[in-house]
Design a protein around this ligand. Structure first.
Ligand code: PLP
Length: 378
């Protein structure tokens, strides 16, 4: 068996060693409950405070605007349902290519009687601005919350968030962005973007799994996610996961410090992979906008099957992801690939290769030669 090549960094990332080492004392020796008043717990309280400061600084927020959660899904649920809970008759505008953490939360809003408008995207996955503006103006002041992702998890497209926020604010709407794929990979300044809420997840930026945060700008009305104790200003009760919070902060700080260097390196790998793919003369389309997450490569091969490719590469020790999945009868093309209208003879053959700083040129060469072996022998 060949050595493993992990090229699915949009699904999750390897834990940063420094983050891991920073977590250890809080797993073993410093196990106090951060809410207790004795000195033994003070270290945990201070560690949480320090982590909140570090994370706030990374996105230019204030520490009290950072709320720790169990990850991206919880942050997304809280932003939408929590804002709805604090604002009667809250309607939502979102896009058709959001992650299911948003789409299924919106379904829940609809089941509860709320209105959700789903705005379409163009062939690159960019939100259609005229449709977005129409949705805002048609709702005649009724729309309270807009939720549009900062970067798409399948095709890597980075949305023009600053413009979308401006239009939303002009209509009195509050703006949430699911930035789970973007945080730690591209520069984010919540004040420059002017977003009101932002979701993030540690395991996407080399932090531990099961922890994330929601940025909630001061003054945004939202109801608690968990009722109970006084943790997280009483809005997200429950004893804090100190090791995970500490690990998340170290991982984010490290990623932010190395962001430009990482992006340059990963983009060079991406260029190498694509030029080799073009050289191979395999018929394929690259999906996504020019403004894209570093290392995000979504390609559709003509008359192929993404799920078959995933399994064949798996047998060669390569982890990638697909934009389609077979159920017992049909190949189901993902909602994102459908929304950007990849031609039918290409859509089923969609895969996502997401490279990270741990990948090498040799990885890239093996990915392309393995794809050629499979696709040329089909
Ligand atoms: N939002 C986006 C865009 C994602 O890519 C993901 C995970 O893939 C999530 C939300 C969910 O995050 P988590 O796995 O932390 O719940």
């Amino acid at each position: 068996m060949n050595e493993l090549i992990y090229a699915d960094n949009a699904a999750t990332t390897k834990l940063d060693r420094e983050a891991y080492e920073a977590m250890i004392p809080f797993l073993l020796e410093e196990y106090g409950n951060a809410s207790q008043q004795y000195t033994f717990s003070k270290k945990c309280r201070n560690a949480i405070k320090e982590a909140r400061n570090v994370i706030a600084e990374c996105i230019n927020a204030k520490p009290e605007e950072i709320f720790f959660t169990s990850g991206g899904t919880e942050s997304d649920n809280w932003a939408i349902k929590g804002f709805g809970g604090a604002n009667r008759n809250c309607n939502v505008i979102t896009s058709v290519i959001e992650h299911h953490a948003i789409l299924n939360t919106c379904k829940s809003v609809q089941r509860a009687g709320g209105q959700v408008i789903y705005v379409g995207v163009d062939s690159k996955g960019l939100v259609l601005i005229p449709d977005f503006q129409k949705a805002l103006s048609d709702s005649k002041g009724k729309v309270a919350l807009v939720s549009i992702m900062l970067a798409n998890n399948e095709i890597g497209t980075i949305e023009p968030i600053k413009d979308l926020v401006r239009f939303s604010h002009e209509h009195g709407a509050v703006f949430h962005t699911d930035a789970v794929q973007a945080v730690g990979h591209i520069e984010i300044d919540v004040n420059e973007l002017q977003v009101d809420m932002l979701s993030a997840s540690a395991h996407k930026f080399n932090g531990p799994k099961g922890v994330g945060f929601l940025f909630i700008r001061n003054g945004i009305p939202i109801v608690s996610h968990n009722d109970g104790g006084a943790q997280e200003h009483g809005l997200r009760a429950g004893t804090e996961n100190v090791p995970a919070i500490v690990g998340m902060a170290v991982a984010l700080k490290n990623n932010c410090e190395k962001m430009n260097e990482n992006a340059r390196y990963v983009n060079s790998l991406e260029e190498r992979l694509l030029s080799k793919l073009y050289e191979s003369k395999l018929p394929f389309i690259r999906n996504g906008a020019d403004d894209r997450l570093p290392g995000s490569i979504n390609v559709s091969f003509k008359d192929s099957d993404g799920e078959m490719l995933l399994h064949r590469l798996d047998l060669m020790g390569i982890c990638i992801s697909t934009g389609s999945a077979c159920d017992s009868k049909n190949t189901q093309v993902s909602h994102v690939i459908k929304a950007i209208e990849v031609p039918k003879d290409y859509a089923n053959g969609t895969i996502r290769i997401s490279l990270g700083p741990n990948n090498t040129q040799e990885d890239v060469d093996r990915i392309v030669s393995s794809l050629c072996r499979v696709l040329k022998s089909e």
